[in-house]
Design a protein around this ligand. Structure first.
Ligand code: AHM
Ligand code: MG
Length: 340
């Protein structure tokens, strides 16, 4: 067998890319990968729920069975607390940030925003789901982290990525030097470098959007979708519609194959559905590092100034030319959205 590069080996090898690197970020990425393996183990057992017990019930071992998203939340928080590299965690599962005040994290330099298990409607039906994470350097000087530490624009991220629990489990991340993907080899329990320096095609032929909400979309999105469906040999239209309803899975496919993912504002959710801090920003940085774009329809996602932990934003992410085309339709048919 050829030599494989494990995630731990890869991050240690690349540590020298960071000036004054002290190894803390390396350890943090390692903590994330450990929690990811534990969550992966439970996700793989999810189909056995009828044998092992439903959420809320007591299983054969006399333990309470937890919902998978709660379980993932607890695993990540426990791993991050024990690792001692972050002074606070912001999670989709918790209204307020979790401030960490343990002796080991006293001098921690980072905070992490995460969606521990995204794609809630797909968890119980054996469809791909994911974890998304975004790491910032703290602004506060010492003690447990503060809200202010999280309210930094996406341009300030120091590491970001996702884990996809799919037909295989992958961890994909960036620290600002391109995007690398690692596939979990269950036989050795290691993430192994399988997708070095991922580049998203400049253009693609996949569009991903929940067309069930079509009637409530802004005119710019309606017109863009119509354009995707029109026949045009030169540009390869009509495009193919692919929508799983798990952001990480839809995003990952488009990253590899080329395409655009859209979750726009709707009449019922004028700010869109997806969360800026732990869904949109990390994936925006990943897609930019892979050569693509992410926008709220008019502005770059990474430039948005967050005002609260759970803030939502309309989201357009993927191949550069497709996102630019969607932005042009927004400008032409929904100019008011520019203020969003
Ligand atoms: P969740 O955080 O409750 O799982 O919701 C986020 C998910 C994303 O994974 C996905 O892109 C989107 O919701 C799908 O929403 P919809 O069912 O409205 O298309
Ligand atoms: Mg989510």
């Amino acid at each position: 067998m050829d030599h494989v590069t494990t995630l731990s080996e890869f991050i240690i090898r690349n540590q020298q890319d960071f000036p004054f690197a002290s190894g803390e970020l390396t350890r943090l990425l390692n903590d994330i990968s450990i929690a990811a393996k534990i969550v992966n183990r439970e996700v793989n057992k999810a189909g056995l729920v009828n044998i092992l017990g439903d959420a809320g019930s007591i299983n054969v071992h006399g333990e309470e069975v937890k919902k998978l998203d709660e379980f993932a939340d607890q695993q990540f928080i426990a791993a991050l607390k024990a690792g001692g590299q972050v002074c606070a965690v912001g999670s989709e599962e918790n209204e307020n940030i979790i401030r960490i005040d343990t002796p080991v994290s006293k001098n921690a330099r980072y905070v992490i925003a995460l969606d521990p298990l995204d794609g809630s409607t797909n968890i119980d039906v054996n469809v791909s789901i994911g974890t998304i994470f975004s790491v910032y350097r703290r602004i506060s000087l010492s003690g447990p982290g503060t809200d202010e530490d999280f309210l930094q624009p996406g341009t300030e991220q120091v590491a970001a990525g996702y884990i996809i629990y799919g037909s295989s489990t992958m961890l994909v991340y960036t620290t600002g030097k391109g995007v690398n993907g690692f596939t979990l080899d269950p036989s050795i329990g290691e993430f192994c470098l399988s997708h070095p320096q991922i580049k998203i095609p400049v253009n693609g032929n996949i569009y991903s959007v929940n067309q069930g909400h079509f009637a409530h979309f802004p005119d710019g999105v309606k017109q863009y979708i119509k354009n995707c469906q029109e026949e045009d040999k030169e540009s390869g239209r009509p495009y193919t519609l692919r929508y799983i309803g798990s952001l990480v899975a839809d995003f990952h496919r488009n990253l590899i194959k080329g395409g655009i993912f859209i979750y726009p504002s709707t009449a019922q959710s004028p700010k869109g559905k997806l969360r800026l801090l732990y869904e949109c920003n990390p994936l925006a940085w990943v897609v930019e590092q892979a050569g693509g774009k992410a926008s709220n329809g008019s502005k770059r996602i990474l430039d948005l100034q967050p005002r609260s932990l759970h803030q939502r934003t309309p989201y357009f992410a993927g191949s550069q030319e497709m996102v630019e085309a969607a932005e042009e339709f927004m400008l032409k048919y929904s100019p008011a959205e520019k203020i969003a």
